[in-house]
Structures are given as C-alpha cells and as structure tokens.
Design a protein around this ligand. Structure first.
Ligand code: GUN
Length: 306
C-alpha cells in the first residue's frame, strides 16, 4: 500500500448517509410531482428487541426522505401461512413499491420459503434468488435490480471516503448472504475491479490472509476479531460485524462491539467506525433500492403512455 499522508482517518457512515439521504429526498419529491409516492413495507414477526429497533429505524428513515412506511407486525406465534399472507398482501398492494421481511424469523417459519414468495421486483433487500442471480451475472456494472444493502453500502461508503478499490486486494471475512457472499461478486465487477479473498470460519490461518490485505472487510460478528498484529500498516479497515454487549440496567441499552479492535486504528490509513459506519449505509441503501424501484415504475408508466 502507498504510504498514507496520515494514519487513522475515520470514514463517517452517518455523514455519508446524511448526504445521500438529502439527495434521495429530492428524488422522492420529483416522483411525488409525477404522481408516485414510494412506499416501503416491513414485515416483522415476534418481539425481538433488536429486530424491533431495526424496523423502527427503517420506518424513521423512510419518513425523513418522504417514503411512506407500511408496517405489518405479526405475533411471535404467527404461522407460515400468516407470514405468506402478509407477503402476498405487499406483493399485490399498489401503494407498496417494495418491502422486506425482517430476519431472523421465529423457528416455526421457513425463511427460504418466505423469501421465495417475495415478488423479486419488490425485494428491497435484494436477497431473492432472482436478484442474487442478476448480481452473479453482472460482470461490468451494477444491475438495475435491487442489490443487497450492506454490500452495496460498503462499496458506496468507500467511494465516498475516497478509497479506490481498483486493483486492490480485499480480504472479506464472512460468507453470509447479506454481506460476505454478495461482496465477492460486487467487488470483482469490472467497475470496482478489486481482487477478493473470501475468508470464513473454516479458513485456516486467517491472519496469514489479513496481513496481505490492502482492505479488510470484517463481517464475522466476532467482537474485536481483527487485532493490530493481523494487518499491514496503512490498510483500510471496514467493520461490519455487530456483537451486542450486555444491557446496561441504568440506560436500558446494550452497546455495540465491532469486529475490529480500535487498537488497529492508528495503524490503518482509513477505517469505518462501528457503530456509525456501515450500519447507516445499509439503511440508506434500502431507501435507495425503494427510490430506484419507484423511478423504474415511473419510467414504465411514461413508456406505456407514449
Ligand atoms: N436482519 C438483520 N439485518 C437485516 C437486513 O438487512 N434485512 C432483513 N430483512 N433482515 C435483517
């Protein structure tokens, strides 16, 4: 890596999200002027506090940019049939531009079956087989279909933070559907042009790989997994994994611990904090998927009326 002028530069996901959301609000105003009010549906099942908070945050984001939040909250003992009925309702609701089913679902529900019933054009998480297939087939540039929000958010955040990935060796840790796997596909597209090593819990000698990385993206969900001895000086560090500490009885809140030990910061050229890095970007990419789907709807209407 070239010698950076300064070490430990923070790439602020909250600030980037603020800028992008202002741009999205302008695009939503334009859509509304053309008779389209974008709506984002959320299906939440049960009372997991983390999931409730995530969904509430997504609804708040929607209001900030002028998207209408449409919420379905089912009880923890909802059946597969109940969840499928909620999916079908959003699939056919013209006020719903797109929607998501908040994961994880209670154990009596088969997640794969639920995802398979989401209309791919309304899949705002970009996690249905058709949308992941479109990602797989996109070699040169991003597809026009909805893209997985966390992976897209990471690439947008690095671009905004002035980090070029062209020709860089990126080591990704984690093979999950939301980040690790799609990142491998997206980072190797020609418009991004990185070389990717995808590590996971079965990787032997993880540090042997991370020490070679120009950019480390850690989505393992293992608190402070990446320590200073595991990186080369001047690498870029992206912290995706979230581990929740115990709830503080005084505040009722649990603090978030990322995958990257903050002792790494003085040695890196740039890092994304956690919280305040990838998280706000994931939420902003969800809004982006909704706005893009609504713009495609408008273009189709205009085309049909010519
Ligand atoms: N649970 C945790 N993160 C996510 C996400 O990005 N989308 C959905 N649907 N569920 C989640």
């Amino acid at each position: 890596m070239d010698s950076p002028a300064q070490y430990g530069r923070k790439i602020d996901g909250r600030e980037c999200a603020r800028v992008l959301k202002a741009q999205l609000a302008t695009r939503v105003s334009r859509l509304r002027e053309n008779g389209i009010t974008p709506g984002l549906g959320t299906i939440l099942v049960g009372n997991d506090i983390g999931s409730e908070k995530y969904v509430a945050g997504k609804q708040r984001d929607c209001r900030q940019v002028g998207i209408t939040p449409l919420a379905v909250h089912l009880p923890h003992n909802a059946t597969q049939k109940d969840v499928l009925a909620a999916v079908q309702k959003f699939n056919t609701d013209p006020n719903c531009t797109g929607f998501l089913v908040q994961l994880p679902l209670p154990s009596q529900i088969n997640e794969e079956t639920i995802l398979a019933h989401i209309d791919p054009s309304k899949d705002m998480d970009g996690m249905t087989a058709r949308n992941l297939g479109a990602l797989f087939l996109s070699l040169n540039q991003a597809p026009s279909s909805p893209q997985p929000c966390t992976a897209r958010g990471i690439i947008e955040l690095l671009k905004w933070g002035g980090v070029s990935l062209n020709g860089k060796h990126v080591v990704v840790i984690g093979r999950g559907i939301t980040a690790g796997r799609p990142l491998g596909l997206m980072l190797t597209r020609r418009d991004v042009n990185a070389t990717v090593t995808l590590c996971h819990t079965g990787t032997r000698d993880l540090a042997g790989y991370t020490r070679q990385a120009d950019v480390i993206i850690s989505a393992a969900g293992s608190a402070h997994l990446i320590t200073p001895d595991m990186m080369k000086k001047g690498a870029v560090l992206v912290d995706v994994g979230v581990t929740r500490g115990p709830v503080n009885p005084a505040t009722g809140k649990s603090h978030i611990v990322g995958d990257i030990d903050p002792a790494c910061y003085p040695l890196c050229s740039a890092y994304t904090p956690n919280p305040g890095g990838v998280g706000p970007m994931t939420r902003t990419m969800l809004l982006t998927n909704v706005v893009e789907a609504a713009e495609q709807q408008l273009a189709a209407h205009k085309q049909a009326s010519v």
